[in-house]
Design a protein around this ligand. Structure first.
Ligand SMILES: Nc1ncnc2c1ncn2[C@@H]1O[C@H](COP(=O)(O)OP(=O)(O)OP(=O)(O)O)[C@@H](O)[C@H]1O
Length: 129
């Protein structure tokens, strides 16, 4: 019983973490808008199951990385409010992790959607002829 309560409490703390990221992080809101746009496009184009899985994995990784980046930023701000070279390195490293995966996710997104966009525009050109 005690364990059950503790589990529910830890899930609530984790949900609060997601809420904090969505409410306080501008980058997080950009990721969320991109996620919704990509999910709508994937539904409209009826992408395959494997493509869905790659897409969900990519979205999950970008958003999880962004949340961890925010946690690292907070931890550093807690340690110091002065200019510290190591604080700069730590924040830049965490931001670099997000940027690296965000860049790969753009390549993944283009690879998945380009063939569907090609067919879509080819068909709409035929339609107008
Ligand atoms: N205490 C510090 N000492 C040295 N440099 C810092 C320090 N705090 C921040 N910086 C530098 O300023 C940059 C911006 O830091 P900040 O905490 O504002 O994060 P941010 O990039 O605004 O985060 P986000 O865009 O996700 O809100 C860091 O990447 C780092 O280079």
């Amino acid at each position: 019983m005690m364990h059950g309560k503790r589990f529910v409490a830890s899930v609530l703390y984790a949900l609060n973490g997601i809420r904090l990221a969505v409410c306080n992080e501008r980058n997080m809101r950009i990721h969320l808008v991109a996620m919704i746009a990509v999910i709508v496009a994937a539904t409209v184009f009826r992408i395959t199951k494997t493509e869905w899985l790659v897409l969900l994995l990519t979205i999950g990784a970008v958003i999880s990385l962004e949340i961890v980046n925010s946690a690292i930023e907070r931890t550093i701000d807690l340690v110091t409010d002065e200019y510290r070279p190591l604080a700069k390195e730590a924040k830049d490293l965490a931001a670099g992790a997000v940027l690296f995966f965000a860049f790969l996710s753009i390549i993944i997104g283009i690879s998945i959607f380009l063939p569907y966009l090609y067919v879509f525009f080819k068909n709409s050109l035929h339609f107008h002829k």
